[in-house]
Design a protein around this ligand. Structure first.
Ligand code: FAD
Ligand code: NAI
Length: 468
């Protein structure tokens, strides 16, 4: 194994592995240290990919049970083979993590499997997974160590009854009653999975709304839709304690009016946020103080920490904890290192919650615009009036465009609806080019497509939607 590099990346998640590949493309000699046995980080192993695999599988199960008959497709004897579903998920994960391994070989990146610790501004000590240790040196070190789930102090994860997202991606049987604490991304996605597969799902959320960072109007529409699908959602409910006995738990919570309630269940998913995973890296010893509450590493506009040769990106630094944000930062960071003009536009990072309907948003929410005092116009168009959505029998939801009242520049786009995750890309591109609602309205969209709803919403900004 070589020991001298231009760049050592610690962590092979979407931030780290993408940074490593881009750095290699730019001619750097790169090592990537990863403490797990596979590459790909949280995203590929226990995050984005397996959760979407389970969302897609459970959606097919739900559609075949509840919706196929309406399309004239009838059959008998539908049943769930959970082990096969989990095996397919594992297969998807394996093919993608193997794919990263292939990309490392192709780009001559040295993977080093073990836990890395920065012992000097140019040195990483690795406790190798296979035993022993290695000392690596480089001109620059990139911290891309990601994040970990936050536990509730009175309800520690036990990996069996009380689980984090990783546990809830691999239940070996469908829980009878799953209590989910937190109505954010993980709670609603994984709550949806198990609801579709037959669990009773109760979601307890501290705040008066679900998906606190999303546009509230659409968040409320999503809440109603999820309740219709069978999820029980309690807002303004503070979990105060829990007891676990054998294979069961009782979660205690307090409502806004102070009333106490108890939720007996057989599984609890705690999904109350994630914290940067920066402990044990040796940062404090080098004078780099992380934020005490979030664990995040402070960096400047070029992703440099207080020690200029040590950089950080992804979930380990400020900003939304999203894979594409981590990837973009990884690329920008190493391009800046190579003297290029790396850049991340934080105003146009989309967020998607892969429930059904999906909810996607980019730019400012209506609440943020109100708070900032900016004058804006709103255009909305329901999928109920979209031909393709009707043909698909997926006419729930709306496209909402927020544009500057004076200039018509698009300030935010929020979509609740079928394939909102794919549709949001058009909005991101328009916003990247500082486009206006009129630009979208004048762009020819294929018919019949879901994206025509975006055009109609843009027309609605000017009060001239055709189909509503
Ligand atoms: P990570 O992916 O967390 O990778 C960090 C890596 O560093 C890990 O492999 C870890 O083992 C390694 N590491 C840590 N410390 C050390 C050390 N000392 N030495 C060596 N290696 C170390 N985001 C989306 O955009 N879309 C989604 O659909 C989505 N779904 C998600 C679903 C779930 C259930 C979860 C939990 C997260 C999801 N996310 C999603 C968030 C996404 O996974 C993260 O934002 C993303 O993985 C962050 O990338 P990263 O490279 O910063 O860190
Ligand atoms: P989250 O921040 O999305 O949601 C946590 C929710 O828990 C919030 O609504 C919060 O108000 C609530 N909460 C906090 N403490 C609580 C308490 N004591 N009792 C009841 N409710 C409480 O965090 P989550 O779902 O754990 O996901 C972590 C991160 O992972 C997300 O923020 C996101 O960045 C990422 N992620 C992204 C996905 C995607 O892009 N589709 C999917 C899954 C995760």
């Amino acid at each position: 194994m070589a020991t001298q590099f231009d760049l050592i990346v610690i962590g092979a998640g979407p931030g780290g592995y993408v940074a490593a590949i881009r750095a290699a493309q730019l001619g750097m000699k790169v090592a990537c240290v990863e403490k797990s046995r596979t590459l790909g980080g949280t995203c590929l192993n226990v995050g984005c990919i397996p959760s979407k695999a389970m969302l897609d599988s459970s959606e097919l199960f739900h559609l075949s049970k509840e919706r196929f008959a309406k399309h004239g497709i009838k059959f008998d004897g539908l049943s769930l083979d959970l082990p096969a579903m989990l095996a397919r998920k594992a297969e998807v994960v394996k093919s993608l993590t193997d794919g990263v391994r292939f990309l490392f070989r192709k780009n001559k990146i040295e993977p080093v499997f073990g836990a890395g610790k920065i012992t000097a501004p140019d040195t990483v000590q690795v406790a190798l997974n296979e035993g022993g240790s290695a000392e690596l040196k480089a001109r620059n070190i990139l911290v891309a160590t990601g994040s970990e789930p936050v536990a509730l102090p009175f309800l520690p994860f036990d990996g069996r009854v009380v689980v984090d997202s990783t546990g809830a991606l691999s239940f070996n049987r469908v829980p009878e009653h799953l209590v989910v604490i937190g109505a954010g991304y993980i709670g609603l996605e994984l709550g949806s999975v198990w609801n579709r597969l037959g669990s009773k799902v109760t979601v307890l959320e501290f705040l008066p709304r679900i998906t606190p960072t999303a546009d509230q109007e659409l968040g409320e529409m999503l809440r109603r839709s999820l309740v219709k699908q069978g999820l029980e959602i309690h807002l303004e409910t503070k979990v105060t304690g829990a007891t676990v006995e054998g294979d069961r738990a009782v979660v205690k919570a307090q409502g806004k009016d102070g009333s106490e309630s108890t939720y007996p269940c057989d599984r609890v998913l705690v999904a109350v946020g994630r914290r940067a995973y920066t402990q044990g890296l040796g940062l404090a010893e080098l004078g780099i103080e992380v934020d005490a509450r979030t664990g995040r590493v402070p960096v400047d506009a070029h992703f440099r920490t207080k020690v200029p040769s040590i950089l950080a990106i992804g979930d380990a630094i400020e900003g939304p904890m999203l894979a594409h944000k981590a990837e973009d930062e990884g690329i920008a960071c190493v391009e800046l290192l190579a003297g290029k003009a790396g850049h991340v536009n934080y105003d146009t990072i989309p967020g998607v919650i892969y429930t059904w309907p999906e909810m996607a948003g980019v730019g400012q929410t209506e609440e943020q615009l109100k708070e900032s005092g900016r004058q804006y116009k709103v255009g909305k168009f329901p999928f109920l009036a979209n031909g393709r959505a009707k043909a698909m029998d997926e006419s729930e939801g709306v496209v909402k465009i927020l544009a500057d009242a004076a200039t018509d520049r698009v300030l935010g786009v929020h979509i609740l609806g079928p394939r909102a995750s794919e549709m949001i890309a058009e909005a991101v591109a328009v916003m990247e080019f500082a486009g206006s609602a009129e630009d979208i309205a004048r762009t020819c969209h294929a018919h019949p497509t879901l994206s025509e709803a975006t055009r109609e919403a843009a027309l609605a900004v000017d009060g001239r939607a055709i189909h509503s």
